[in-house]
Design a protein around this ligand. Structure first.
Ligand SMILES: Cc1ncc(C[n+]2csc(CCOP(=O)(O)OP(=O)(O)O)c2C)c(N)n1
Ligand SMILES: [Mg+2]
Length: 1022
């Protein structure tokens, strides 16, 4: 909104000028400022001889006279007035000039002078011509890219909806100009830089320069940008005559980079001709493009660059941009090498990398990291953004001057994947901005076998970037100098405006989708053309030799030198005996592990805290630590309720969370909670950000007032995105192990739109890429009669992906709980008490390693009078309870217990209510499994053994094909060694997670409670 207003104000004067059509022409011209044509000058060349006072040296003076006359003819001497009237009226050479009247002549000053024609009609023509030229210039700026020679193959199918071309010499008629106007001189408007030092040019030259700027190998899309200053900046970068020139040194460096890029792929092709590598052939200039961006950014002060990219050209980027040792890359091709690390590992074109080195161009150190990523195209985009944001945050880089990201994209994926759009929409949000990302599209005009006509509905693959006003630089990738030029501009843009920018490398794909793939099946004509296409390196070196920049001999020596580097590395790679995925780590955590990458201990201290700390944090949670701050009356009651709880030494869910966050902050751990409406909390229970009821935008975050040396607390409402925001937070959590990063879904079921992040990164990231991550997912879950949506966070899906073996009872030795956690791929918990929630959050940080944590969180329990915890359960010595045994009468006389009902989460409260109403408190024990995965085999076994005479029941409120049933069933059976039957009390299988009918909901609930407590009949067998 703020931006819109600014834009409107800036557009103001222009709008006024546009509506001033009825004003006298002279005034109109004056309003247009410098945008004026000067007809006498354009007739100069023809009339110099006839009107000798018009010559090169007097032209400035004549021009000034002319403009003064335009503003008001009375401001100049009568002789000039007559001259300009006649000239404008089209007087032939020599006829416009009349001798000045005598100074003592008649007062009107015109007597005796020959006025050829009235000035009015020709001033109109003058205005029209000037506007026409201005429109033409603008047309080039807006649409020049339509006719730029972007496609190296010359077969481009960019579809502009058959809109006719509006630029070019042949189209001047569209603007009311004629061929005869081409040699007339026009004053240039302030909105162009094509003149250089000249303020006026003949129309022919204007067009020529515009064609040079906008219609060669670079197509610039930027005129949709709302900010006038930004548009001017771009115009200056592309229009200034002679701006695209490089020194000999720069050209030679560029050649060297092209050699490396090209010969690297050729080397791999020679050595491993039948291996998939997703080579870069056809877009080799990607390597100099990235190197140029990095060099320029480094010169501008950037110290760390985080890259995300898909498969195409990845090995080349690792080798020639990040500078991974070539032997390390080559040994990845050796199928006989054994893996040194646990886990699945990943294919070579998905692995990441981290490297710090000196940048030779800037003479400064720079850290480059390429994030490991799954095959799912574009999924890594938000992850890169999150990691970049975190690095900026932890290094105090509030404006993104030192840390930046570069994202690479394929043309088909950039247009097709919605996550690209979600990521763009994070780019300018205060808690998510990385202050500008440089996007580079490897636009090879094909996606696997699909050509752009079938792959997108927009003309360019890059149109999605327009939503955030990012300028888009299309460039013919067969022109390395043009590529280098736009990459420099892109880096400067990012450094100047700290906004996103796109470089679209229009190229082709010389091979099929991979090296084994036959492209002629589906794109025969395109590939016939490609076969004829000379390689970009060859064309470039021919050009440089012709220009005298290098000799053929120099070129050949350079090629031989690089080939030898590859050969030597290949020889070394044979010495490698074992593959270390650890060498491909993209986010090291220095100091967190031992030098061998192991946890420093294998135990976890108590997660409880002192009573005075609980009270202090509780009181902060109940206060408004800012003077004269008026909060809402309803909130005052909530805060008062918190204060009462503190005095009674109890916590509800929100206060338990407060205690966990507050205590970690006090211990120097940064806490970041992100998601939709998390500041208040979907269920209006959290209220971490208070709003002054009288002052707009005045807010207060009491969590940041816990202690003067605490770590900062970040709580941020996110955009309405799950995929993008969860990916972002995952990336944020990757940067440091000393932070608790949480993402909360509005309702648990919405996590399914982020499934890709969960499947490809969270559940399997460590196994694939040996990197750990302690992200926490908070997923509101529970069957509360609210219908099929909003009820289930789909625990079954998370549990299905757990890696603990259901059929093997583990060895219980040492600190079993910690070892189990170390071995698991993630932790799944369903806490039934605020204290346990408090402990599980704190344990995330106090563990000597990091694992993702999935917590199913309550809705109605947030306000349930019994869902409260005493401070006693949070004091030093206490810890997270993986299982909460029955502590009532059943525990006192276990031999009398007839049934043990195992359950998890909210159903516990329904069960104990029902048990009480049936008077079965000593006959039925209710045991809560709080940590579902890794499964607490040891504790479940102890409970089963305790109640030897009881039958065993698994009770859940979810439908049988959902919830926990299929996960706990084999594990319970393994625990009791299949010696006792276990029964099931729960809902029948169903397609939808819950009924939409309240009555049915209650009937179903009662039925499952009946099944759980009817001791005479056994429910269905598990
Ligand atoms: C989300 C997703 N869907 C489908 C695929 C399968 N796939 C792999 S590469 C590819 C084509 C990608 O085309 P483009 O983005 O233009 O990149 P290019 O391969 O041309 O470099 C497809 C469809 C994938 N990897 N990820
Ligand atoms: Mg493509």
């Amino acid at each position: 909104m703020h931006r819109l207003r600014t834009t409107f104000a800036r557009l103001g004067p222009l709008a006024a000028a546009q509506t001033a059509q009825s004003a006298p022409q002279s005034r109109l011209l004056a309003l247009e400022g410098g945008a004026r044509t000067f007809q006498p000058v354009r007739s100069l060349s023809a009339s110099v001889a006839a009107e000798p006072f018009l010559n090169g040296t007097s032209s400035n003076y004549v021009e000034e006279m002319y403009y003064t006359w335009l503003e008001d003819p009375r401001n100049v001497h009568k002789s000039w007035d007559i001259f300009f009237r006649n000239a404008n009226a089209g007087a032939p050479p020599g006829a416009a000039y009349q001798s000045p009247p005598p100074l003592s002549g008649p007062s009107d000053g015109t007597t005796g002078l020959r006025m050829l024609v009235g000035a009015q009609p020709n001033v109109e023509k003058l205005v029209k011509d000037h506007l026409a030229v201005q429109s033409l210039i603008r047309a080039y700026q807006v649409r020049g890219h339509h006719i730029a020679k972007l496609d190296p193959l010359g077969i481009s199918c960019v579809d502009f909806d058959d809109a006719p071309c509006t630029v070019g010499f042949q189209n001047v008629g569209l603007y009311g100009l004629t061929e005869g106007d081409l040699d007339k001189v026009f004053r240039l408007p302030a909105s162009t830089f094509i003149g250089g030092n000249a303020s006026a040019l003949p129309l022919r030259e204007i067009i020529r320069r515009l064609e040079m700027a906008y219609c060669q190998h670079i197509g610039v899309e930027f005129m949709f940008i709302n900010d006038v200053e930004q548009c001017q900046w771009i115009r200056q970068k592309f229009e200034t005559p002679g701006i695209m020139q490089f020194s000999l040194e720069e050209k030679r460096t560029l050649l060297g980079r092209m050699i490396r890029s090209t010969r690297f792929e050729e080397f791999l092709q020679r050595k491993w001709s039948s291996e998939k590598r997703f080579g870069l052939e056809g877009c080799e200039s990607l390597i100099p493009a990235l190197k140029t961006i990095i060099d320029r950014s480094s010169q501008c002060g950037v110290e760390s660059v985080i890259l995300g990219m898909p498969h195409r050209g990845r090995l080349n980027v690792l080798a020639n941009v990040i500078r991974k040792d070539l032997d390390q890359i080559f040994c990845q091709f050796d199928s006989k090498l054994e893996a040194a690390d646990e886990g699945s590992g990943d294919v070579k074109y998905h692995l990441g990398m981290y490297h710090r080195r000196m940048n030779r161009v800037s003479d400064r150190y720079i850290t480059l990291s390429l994030m490991a990523n799954p095959s799912h195209l574009e999924a890594v985009d938000p992850v890169v953004q999150g990691k970049t944001k975190a690095e900026q945050f932890y290094s105090g880089d509030t404006e993104g001057k030192r840390v930046m990201s570069i994202l690479l994209h394929g043309d088909a994926a950039f247009a097709g994947q919605g996550i690209v759009y979600e990521t763009f929409h994070l780019s300018d949000l205060p808690s998510y901005t990385t202050h500008g990302t440089i996007h580079v599209v490897v636009n090879n005009q094909i996606g696997f076998t699909t050509d752009p006509r079938m792959a997108r509905s927009s003309p360019y693959p890059t149109d999605v970037a327009r939503v955030v006003n990012a300028p888009i630089f299309h460039v013919n990738a067969d022109d390395p100098e043009a590529v280098m030029f736009v990459c420099n501009v892109a880096a400067e843009w990012r450094n100047t405006f700290h906004k996103d920018v796109v470089v679209d490398l229009v190229s082709y794909r010389r091979n099929g989708h991979n090296e084994m793939d036959e492209p002629m099946f589906t794109q025969p004509l395109m590939y016939k053309q490609i076969k004829k296409q000379k390689g970009v390196l060859q064309m470039f070196v021919e050009k440089l030799v012709a220009e005298g920049v290098v000799t053929t001999q120099h070129y050949e020596e350079e090629v031989a030198r690089y080939d030898k580097i590859c050969e030597d590395a290949f020889a070394h790679s044979k010495d490698e005996k074992i593959l270390h995925i650890k060498h491909w780590l993209d986010s090291p955590w220095p100091g967190f592990f031992t030098l061998d990458g192991q946890p420093k201990t294998m135990s976890c201290p108590s997660t409880g805290i002192r009573e005075d700390e609980l009270c202090h944090i509780g009181n902060i949670a109940a206060s408004v630590p800012v003077k004269d701050f008026m909060i809402h009356g309803g909130l005052s009651r909530i805060l008062k309720g918190r204060a009462d709880m503190v005095s009674q030494r109890v916590c509800d869910w929100a206060l338990g969370e407060y205690m966990a966050f507050g205590s970690l902050l006090k211990e120097g751990i940064h806490v970041r909670l992100s998601g939709q409406d998390v500041e208040r909390g979907t269920f209006s229970h959290r209220h971490h950000v208070l709003h002054d009821q009288n002052v707009d935008k005045r807010i207060c975050i009491p969590m940041n007032s816990i202690s003067p040396d605490q770590a900062p607390y970040t709580v941020c409402n996110s955009s309405l995105s799950e995929y993008g925001v969860l990916g972002f937070e995952l990336g944020f959590a990757m940067a440091s192990p000393k932070a608790l990063v949480l993402w909360e879904a509005q309702f648990g079921d919405f996590h399914n739109t982020a499934q890709c992040i969960i499947d490809q990164f969270i559940s399997s990231g460590q196994a694939k890429w040996v990197r750990q991550n302690g992200i926490v997912l908070l997923l509101p879950h529970g069957m509360e009669g609210m219908g099929p949506e909003h009820s289930s966070a789909r625990p079954e899906r998370f549990l299905q992906m757990c890696n603990d073996d259901p059929d093997v009872f583990p060895k219980v030795t040492g600190d079993f709980a910690v070892h189990q956690l170390y071995d698991c791929n993630w932790i799944v918990a369903n806490c039934s008490t605020p204290a346990n929630y408090f402990h599980v959050l704190r344990r995330q940080i106090l563990l000597p390693f990091r694992k993702p944590l999935i917590v199913f969180t309550p809705k109605s329990l947030l306000r349930h009078p019994e869902a409260k915890s005493s401070f006693d359960n949070m004091l030093p010595g206490t810890h997270f309870q993986r299982l909460i045994p029955d502590e009532g009468p059943a525990a006192v006389g276990p031999q009398n217990v007839k049934r043990v009902v195992f359950c998890t989460g909210k159903i516990y409260y329904d069960l104990i209510r029902e048990r009480k109403s049936r008077g079965l408190e000593d006959a039925v024990a209710v045991v809560r499994i709080e940590q579902l995965s890794p499964f607490p085999f040891d504790l479940v076994k102890a409970e089963a053994n305790r109640f030897q005479n009881a039958d065993l029941v698994w009770c859940q409120e979810e439908h049988k094909n959902q919830g926990y049933y299929y996960y706990v069933k084999p594990r319970l059976r393994t625990t009791i060694n299949r010696k006792r039957p276990i029964w099931y009390a729960g809902r029948e299988p169903a397609a939808a997670p819950a009924t939409g009918n309240k009555h049915t909901h209650l009937t179903e609930l009662q039925r499952l409670l009946d099944a759980a407590f009817d001791l005479e009949t056994s429910p269905g067998k598990l």
